[in-house]
Ligand binder design. Structure first.
Ligand code: FEO
Length: 388
């Protein structure tokens, strides 16, 4: 069932339940929604279009909502093609419709469509308002959340924030579990917006000045109750604070010996009363690993040595941590190597490029497979990671 926003504001977005990889990189087993909204007033306004994969469904929803009328405006919050793919289609269907965006929107728009929309564009800047009749839109710039042209729109009469990708979530609406917003919203946030915490904080400061009763994001459910919960999580996430106390133990094991050592280490940490999330880096999607790394306050990376370096699944995970601006955490290291263990040294070199990382000693070195002699070092690492 489509979300109901208000009498005059309709949901016209579309679910995508057949996509394999969002952005050609993120598995979305529950699909994704491309949200779009229609404001019916003296001036009829479409709030963003949808991905090309949803064109047919979206046009059908749009026509049903318009009921024979024509839109006066299209507000372009974000030019990424999962929302903007149908701008030219809509503009051609309704030649009198104006396009609303900011200077960055209109500098990038021709790159996507190679068409001249210059006579139809309405350029807005921070705080500008646009009256539609009963409704008034106010625009706030949100640069680099997570593209430079992003802006959010606040509808003053019904107190609705159209939040672009902010407060978005993986998962088609048909599969939405209202009891568990955070899981897939967190994976979405850290993988797509995570690098831009400073910019999200700036946007939250602007949002704090508004009286918001409904948040309409471009992905996932419309949020209308307990908004402090969602805004609070965004504040935690964007300030790089850990959401939970606990230790992620992420291991990359070639033949299972590093895995056995990681499992033993997990037992030791759990025995000290700590929550442990044990992850097989080779078999867990990297976007889940990124989510877990940011979710908890501590992490131990355990990797085999391979080609005199880090076993590549772990190396790949670390590169993703670097790309997402991972920081402000405690990290311990465990390595395995049969003749020349190098993984810990190499992991540390990579992790030292991150900000505000505290390394926890000792580094544990396993030679081929865990032995009784390794237990004291592992116990020492478990104790050190649990020290507050
Ligand atoms: Fe949902 Fe940045 O596009």
């Amino acid at each position: 069932m489509k979300p109901v926003i208000t009498n005059d504001i309709l949901y016209i977005g579309t679910d995508d339940t057949t996509i394999d990889l969002f952005e050609s990189q993120y598995p979305v087993p529950e699909g994704v929604s491309y949200n779009s909204y229609l404001i019916l007033d003296e001036k009829i306004t479409v709030m963003d279009t949808v991905d090309a994969r949803g064109t047919e469904d979206w046009l059908s929803n749009l026509k049903e909502g318009l009921n024979g009328k024509s839109p006066d405006y299209l507000v372009i919050s974000h030019l990424e093609p999962d929302h903007a793919a149908n701008i030219a289609t809509l503009a051609e269907m309704y030649p009198d419709m104006k396009l609303i965006g900011n200077t960055k929107t209109f500098s990038m728009l021709p790159q996507f469509f190679h068409k001249d929309f210059s006579t139809r564009q309405v350029v807005v800047k921070e705080g500008d308002t646009l009256s539609l009749g009963k409704h008034t839109l106010q625009f706030f710039m949100a640069p680099m959340v997570h593209w430079p042209e992003v802006m959010v729109t606040y509808e003053q009469s019904e107190k609705i924030l159209f939040s672009a990708d902010g407060f978005g979530k993986f998962g088609a609406l048909v599969n939405d579990d209202p009891e568990d917003w955070a899981c897939e919203a967190r994976r979405y946030y850290f993988n797509i917006v995570g690098k831009y915490g400073v910019q999200v904080q700036a946007l939250l400061k602007k949002a704090a000045t508004l009286d918001i009763s409904v948040i309409c994001p471009l992905h996932g459910p419309v949020l209308r109750e307990n908004l402090g919960y969602y805004i609070g999580l965004y504040d935690t996430w964007s300030s790089y604070k850990a959401e939970k106390s606990g230790v992620v133990i992420a291991y990359a094991s070639i033949h299972g010996n590093t895995k056995k050592a990681a499992e033993k280490l997990a037992e030791m940490v759990e025995a000290k009363g700590e929550k442990v999330e044990l992850c097989d880096v080779s078999r867990t999607m990297v976007s889940e690993l990124i989510e877990s790394a940011f979710e908890y306050d501590r992490m131990i990376l355990a990797a085999a040595t391979y080609d005199a370096g880090i076993f590549s699944p772990m190396e790949d995970f670390i590169h993703h941590l670097q790309a997402k601006g991972f920081k402000n955490r405690k990290i311990g290291l465990m390595e395995n190597g049969s003749w020349g263990p190098m993984a810990a040294k190499k992991m540390r070199e990579e992790l030292e490029t991150l900000k505000d990382i505290t390394f926890v000693d000792p580094v544990v070195t396993i030679k081929s497979s865990m032995s009784e002699e390794d237990i004291p070092q592992m116990e020492a690492l478990a104790a050190a990671i649990c020290e507050k």
